[in-house]
Design a protein around this ligand. Structure first.
Ligand SMILES: NC(=O)c1ccc[n+]([C@@H]2O[C@H](COP(=O)([O-])OP(=O)(O)OC[C@H]3O[C@@H](n4cnc5c(N)ncnc54)[C@H](O)[C@@H]3O)[C@@H](O)[C@H]2O)c1
Length: 275
């Protein structure tokens, strides 16, 4: 049994967790928590009005933020869209409910970032950024305390994954014979121009030196999976981290690690020892 499993298995009582959105990530987290048998279970799901998404019998459907607040969950996890962060998360935070945010890229918009942080301050609650598909953010956060001279995030995906994005204006994605860089700029520019890929960029920016000082390089490769690299330098020294992520079986666009990071954030919220 892992340390997390031991702690959660020994914790008393079942915590009520609600999810916003019941797509691939919401389903994966719900199933995995249920398989653990506690101490936290997804018991409420906020869906869009008219959504026909089937829910497990023990998950209650609500279709408004007011009804979700009335259900008084111990924690809410947002697993929906960037738009849902703007429309649903501030009211929950203002009502004193902590929220784990998976659609981190939404926080690249200054007005959403401000709405979320101000609502949390008003409600005495916390907005928790899921580490998502990336790792090493603990080291980045620590190193940032002494200042960082450079942070570079490199996102590498197979060419097909970049179709329908501005990468097509720079590269003939179907004719690639070698990895090609099609974007270099700030995290803010990257989040604006490549919103579907903004989550990792935003998580790195928020943990380190912010959206304007974080540099981003996006690469189309001929093959291989989704890869993420972060390099940071500063008075602390330097580090380089590289991940290759497997997709979530239900949604090839979402990394399995991202769903696991939401599950881990839930378990961590109710642990007595944060490791
Ligand atoms: N942080 C990361 O590294 C990372 C990685 C992958 C995905 N994500 C993000 O996590 C989110 C969920 O991913 P997924 O794979 O489950 O996507 P998905 O498309 O499979 O599921 C999203 C679900 O949310 C629902 N939804 C949309 N707007 C809603 C709203 N306003 N209220 C309630 N439900 C709403 C949709 O109908 C859909 O069922 C996405 O925004 C995605 O960008 C983050």
């Amino acid at each position: 049994m892992t340390a997390i499993a031991e702690e959660t298995a020994s914790a008393a009582g079942g915590k009520h967790v609600a999810v916003i959105g019941f797509g691939a990530m919401g389903r994966a987290v719900t199933t995995s928590l249920a398989a653990r048998g506690g101490p936290a279970l997804i018991r409420t799901a906020l869906l869009r009005p008219g959504s026909a998404a089937p829910l497990p019998d023990d998950v209650t459907r609500v279709t408004s933020v007011d009804d979700l607040i009335a259900a008084r969950p111990d924690l809410v996890v947002e697993c929906a869209t960037h738009a849902a962060v703007a429309t649903s998360v501030p009211a929950l935070l203002a009502a004193g409910i902590d929220v784990v945010i998976a659609s981190v890229g939404a926080l690249g918009k200054p007005e959403i970032h401000a709405a979320v942080t101000q609502a949390a301050a008003r409600g005495g609650s916390r907005a928790i950024v899921a580490t998502g598909a990336i790792g090493g953010l603990d080291a980045l956060r620590s190193a940032a305390c002494a200042g960082l001279s450079s942070v570079l995030y490199t996102g590498i995906k197979p060419a097909a994954a970049w179709t329908g994005t501005p990468a097509e204006e720079v590269l003939d994605l179907g004719a690639l014979t070698a990895p090609a860089t099609f974007f270099e700029g700030t995290a803010r520019e990257a989040a604006e121009r490549f919103p579907k890929n903004a989550n990792v960029t935003a998580a790195v920016a928020l943990a380190g030196v912010g959206f304007d000082a974080t540099r981003v390089r996006l690469v189309a490769d001929v093959a291989g999976g989704n890869r993420h690299e972060v390099s940071a330098e500063g008075p602390f020294g330097s580090f380089h981290i590289a991940l290759t992520n497997a997709p979530l079986p239900d949604n090839p666009k979402t990394s399995w690690l991202a769903a696991l990071s939401v599950e881990q954030a839930i378990l961590r919220q109710f642990q007595h020892l944060e490791a």
